[in-house]
Design a protein around this ligand. Structure first.
Ligand SMILES: Nc1ncnc2c1ncn2[C@@H]1O[C@H](COP(=O)(O)OP(=O)(O)O)[C@@H](O)[C@H]1O
Ligand SMILES: [Mg+2]
Length: 144
């Protein structure tokens, strides 16, 4: 039987501050290139986590929500990052209008909120993060 390469880790994240700390820890252990998906209902903290990772990788300015632009890119010392929010993608084919192939070819890290909207058009996913509401805080599951 082939060796299982998938690992799954769960984290109880009580506060937004803890989510930021998780992002910092994740950022420190990323290897290039990386495609990371962030799944979970509205308000679970996908953007909080994405922002923490982007800032931990050296971006000092604002991290704008790509809700309407669908994609925002950042260049820091050592990292070319694309942050996508596909919530408003009507059709996976619209990814072509975003020059998505160029983004994939030119970025070291691609963070994708609402990856299901891409309907399988994403490249190989290296880190799949799912966030669920808990009565208190959030449950973050990371499959790598
Ligand atoms: N434990 C937590 N982790 C992350 N965000 C939290 C937490 N508790 C409360 N929040 C709040 O939840 C909201 C998450 O918003 P956001 O990151 O935009 O969600 P999403 O991108 O998943 O729609 C923020 O307003 C944040 O302050
Ligand atoms: Mg969001």
């Amino acid at each position: 039987m082939p060796e299982l390469e998938m690992a799954s880790k769960s984290h109880n994240i009580a506060t937004e501050d803890e989510m930021v700390k998780l992002g910092q820890v994740m950022a420190a252990s990323l290897s290039k290139p990386c495609v990371m998906t962030l799944s979970g209902d509205l308000g679970t903290g996908k953007s909080v986590l994405a922002r923490a990772i982007i800032r931990a990788l050296g971006h000092e300015g604002a991290v704008k929500s790509p809700t309407y632009t669908l994609v925002e890119t950042y260049t820091t010392t050592g990292w070319r990052i694309a942050h996508l929010d596909l919530y408003r993608l009507n059709d996976p084919e619209e990814l072509h209008y975003l020059a998505f192939d160029d983004i994939v070819a030119n970025c070291d890290l691609i963070i994708v909120e609402w990856p299901d909207r891409a309907d399988g058009l994403l490249p190989k996913i290296n880190l799949a993060v799912t966030i669920d509401y808990l009565e208190q805080g959030r449950l973050v599951n990371i499959v790598s």
